[in-house]
Design a protein around this ligand. Sequence first.
Ligand SMILES: Cc1cc2nc3c(=O)[nH]c(=O)nc-3n(C[C@H](O)[C@H](O)[C@H](O)COP(=O)(O)OP(=O)(O)OC[C@H]3O[C@@H](n4cnc5c(N)ncnc54)[C@H](O)[C@@H]3O)c2cc1C
Length: 266
Amino acid sequence: MITYPFKYKRAKSVADAEALMKAAPDGKLLAGGQTLIAAMKMRLASPSDLVDISGLKELSYIRVANGVVAIGAGATHFEVAASSEVARAIPALAYLASIIGDPAVRHKGTLGGSVANNDPAADYPAAVLGLNATIKTNKRSIASDAFFTGMFSTALGEGEIITEVSFPIPLKASYQKFPNPASRYAMAGVFLARTKDGVRVAVTGAGPCVFRVPAMEAALAKGFTPDAIAGITIPADGLNSDIHGSAEYRAHLVGVMAKRAVAEAA
Ligand SMILES: Cc1cc2nc3c(=O)[nH]c(=O)nc-3n(C[C@H](O)[C@H](O)[C@H](O)COP(=O)(O)OP(=O)(O)OC[C@H]3O[C@@H](n4cnc5c(N)ncnc54)[C@H](O)[C@@H]3O)c2cc1C
């Protein structure tokens, strides 16, 4: 029988997790395990060590102050969805968390795990990019525009630990997702935010990595109505095409979701 041994270590703090990761030849942080455990079961990942950071109190908080919603990386999707503070400050963010996967996924999955994993169809990356959030790690702060670097890839270094994501509170925002009916992952999801500096439009699900749509942002800065972007089409070139939908279908969905997002936010 082939076995895939690994060591399991429960971190007592972020500093402890950092030390345990340094000592591991090929370690991985374990948060909610909703992606990592499945990847290990399918032999897509075989870490030497699992450093468990789930349940760390220092990573599990939600604070709203000075125009920012700061959420600890360990906050579960359920906690974000259920937070009255998030709902008051950025209702679109609470809504986004409430429609991730199913109740089991929402009770275990974490903000940090989702952002670090950067699944092309995940919801949080759209909010992080759309709201121009800052990703804080045990080493530095990273702007959202520099964080998502490609499919399942980010600016995080080896063993770097996300500790917090801080979301500036926009004037208006909306998240519209066309979910895959089986997994609830986004076929196409659009997070739109209007701030005093302009408009940001971030798309998940449609491409290999979350991306912004500058043409829509410019049009919406001039006129914040669904009609302002009615004539803007997203090229299908380079978009995802699979058994769930073609690139052309996803390109069309982006336009539809974007118009719905503007209508809701306006
Ligand atoms: C059935 C199902 C349906 C789902 N549907 C959706 C959906 O509709 N939308 C959606 O967005 N997601 C969906 N997900 C994914 C879910 O949101 C997970 O929570 C997310 O992918 C990973 O979070 P996690 O806390 O479970 O991370 P884990 O699985 O524990 O870790 C994932 C990766 O992130 C790394 N990591 C974890 N925490 C940190 C940290 N603090 N710093 C640095 N790296 C870290 C790990 O080392 C690992 O590489 C679904 C999952 C399942 C199983």
